[in-house]
Design a protein around this ligand. Structure first.
Ligand SMILES: *Cc1c(COP(=O)(O)O)cnc(C)c1O
Length: 372
């Protein structure tokens, strides 16, 4: 599904040197690499504050703690997402309110969000799923109207541009009150272990977030609020500093690979290729197809691809509201028709920066052969 080895080989001398620099300096925690990476990412995103942390799940949790959300507060998010989004809501004893997604972009459906707002709603968490932004225009309008916070889960969309209807352009993760991202190795900007970060243009919120991420500490050994320990270590920052200058090229390589898949598979009546939103560039964290023809058995198709040594994955096979840990009697089967169809029909093909045309031709020809 990914090829991190080949990508590393292309930047090995620079990455190795950067990592050696950290080891030689022994500044493993909060060293100069972390501060430089923070500043460079602020520049890239054109955002006032980047606060690095230990992983994307922590970033989401710290965002909600920084906003001062209290047990019982309702937080609206998509039921078609990775579990981390809802996990932190539940951990903080907030109330996850799940809604369905748009049938074309698979991101939060603004109309469904509007219907889910109650007087107890405090925040909306759009997930920029698979690499393109949710309709932030519509979500920001709802948030303004009801005085809600927006926490963007941008773990899959770093580098994507949102094209607002008023002509403004902004980077994913900088469009709400706070953005949360992950540098997990397979993400579009991945390190060589765990990593994450928060983004905000709000000075006061940034100070709170910094405090929460550092044991709630205002100055050393003075703890003003309950916090967590969540840091990006210097080795990971050093790797990320070497990769950040390539992020746009990495995302362009993913887009080019997606264009190839689109071209080869776009005319097949049995498959729906990814629909590109007019509101966002697509950075293709995943290339996710949907089976439109009910006579095609997804498991058999995936087994056939495996036999031909082509990996394929299902993101995600179970909607959040159907997971054991998040089962909620408010949500009967049939409650979220779009998501329920998606979990039964989507599958994702290999997508990374190092795909060759030969590999892609083999993958698409194998699929076309199967569907014949
Ligand atoms: C990867 C991911 C996360 C969590 O990131 P970690 O760094 O693995 O904690 C959160 N949300 C989404 C949508 C993700 O894809």
């Amino acid at each position: 599904m990914v090829d991190l080895q080949t990508q590393y080989q292309k930047i090995k001398p620079q990455v190795d040197e950067a990592m050696n620099r950290v080891v030689d300096s022994a500044a493993f925690i909060n060293g100069p690499e972390v501060k430089s990476f923070q500043a460079e990412l602020e520049d890239y995103l054109a955002v006032q504050h980047v606060i690095p942390c230990a992983n994307g799940t922590d970033a989401l949790q710290i965002a909600m703690m920084g906003l001062g959300l209290k047990p019982g507060d309702e937080v609206i998010t998509a039921t078609f997402t990775y579990v981390a989004t809802a996990e932190v809501i539940a951990l903080l004893q907030l109330k996850p309110v799940l809604v369905d997604v748009d049938p074309e972009t698979y991101t939060l459906d603004p109309e469904k969000v509007r219907e889910a707002v109650t007087p107890r709603t405090k925040a909306i968490v759009p997930v920029h799923l698979f690499g393109q932004c949710a309709d932030m225009d519509a979500l920001r309008a709802i948030a303004r109207e009801h005085h809600l916070h927006i926490v963007e889960d941008t773990a899959q969309a770093i580098g994507a541009d949102f094209y607002a209807r008023n002509g403004e352009v902004g980077k994913a993760g900088t469009l709400g009150d706070v953005g949360a991202t992950s540098f997990f190795p397979s993400k579009n900007l991945g390190c060589y272990g765990d990593g994450g970060a928060l983004f905000t243009n709000d000075d006061e919120l940034a100070a709170k977030i910094r405090m929460v991420a550092n044991h709630g500490q205002s100055r050393r050994y003075y703890h003003d609020r309950v916090g967590v320990n969540s840091r990006l270590d210097s080795l990971q920052a050093a790797v990320l500093r070497q990769k950040l200058p390539h992020l746009d090229a990495y995302n362009a390589a993913r887009r080019k690979a997606a264009d190839f898949y689109d071209q080869a598979l776009g005319d097949l009546p049995q498959l729906q290729t990814p629909v590109r939103s007019s509101l966002s560039s697509h950075v293709f964290h995943q290339y996710t197809l949907r089976i439109k023809d009910e006579t095609i058995n997804r498991d058999e198709l995936i087994a056939y691809l495996k036999e031909k040594e082509i990996p394929a994955m299902i993101y995600y096979p179970v909607a959040l509201h159907m997971q054991k840990a998040y089962r909620d009697e408010r949500y009967d089967p049939g409650h979220f028709p779009v998501t329920e169809r998606l979990v039964d029909t989507v599958f994702s093909l290999p997508m990374h920066t190092e795909l060759s045309q030969d590999q892609q031709a083999y993958i698409t020809e194998t699929i076309i052969n199967y569907l014949k």
